[in-house]
Design a binder for this molecule. Structure first.
Ligand SMILES: [Zn+2]
Length: 178
């Protein structure tokens, strides 16, 4: 069965408009807690009571694996912990053999999904046209650093040689068809 994993914008913009019977929708608890509008909440309660929408949080191991990949692409610096959990949920469902699609309008989520080979579809916008991976570089002395996989802070570190704040630069880009 096809499974759609929805981020916060997709819950609000997609589920209302495009709900299709026979599809299973999933999201995380942290997404649910971000839904503030009463109308969206009512729609959610209905979907939950019907079993159309299921809530599941990814395991810590999967979350860690997705975080490490998000550092390779640089999306780690653009995504909230809720966003990361959404991608991790999709990654986990995919590992369990589900036919998963992430519904999102967030370009960083799309980029990370490409790296993890998770299919995605935009809720309202057009999809990204280029896949990117980044690295850290010192703008002064050109020192290059890999993003630390152990550090979970969103603060970009300073250069160990000269103390300047490192910059994210694109080290790999790939044009996408259509
Ligand atoms: Zn430097």
């Amino acid at each position: 069965m096809k499974v759609y994993v929805l981020d916060t914008s997709a819950i609000i913009n997609y589920l209302n408009r495009y709900y299709a019977p026979g599809l299973q929708y999933y999201t995380t608890n942290s997404v649910l807690s971000e839904i503030k509008s009463t109308l969206s909440q009512l729609r959610l309660e209905y979907s939950l009571s019907k079993g159309e929408l299921r809530i599941h949080d990814p395991s810590p191991e999967i979350l860690k694996e997705v975080l490490e990949n998000a550092k390779r692409t640089g999306d780690f610096f653009k995504l909230s912990s809720t966003d990361i959990e959404v991608v991790a949920l999709a990654f986990e469902l995919k590992k369990y053999g589900h036919d998963v699609v992430i519904v999102t309008d967030d370009y960083a989520i799309m980029n990370l999904s490409l790296r993890l080979k998770i299919p995605f579809k935009p809720a309202l916008m057009s999809p990204i046209s280029e896949y990117r991976e980044v690295t850290l570089m010192c703008p002064v002395c050109k020192y290059k650093a890999k993003l630390s996989l152990n550090e979970n802070t969103h603060i970009i570190p300073t250069c160990p040689r000269c103390g300047t704040e490192l910059k994210l630069i694109i080290r790999k880009r790939r044009r996408l068809n259509s």
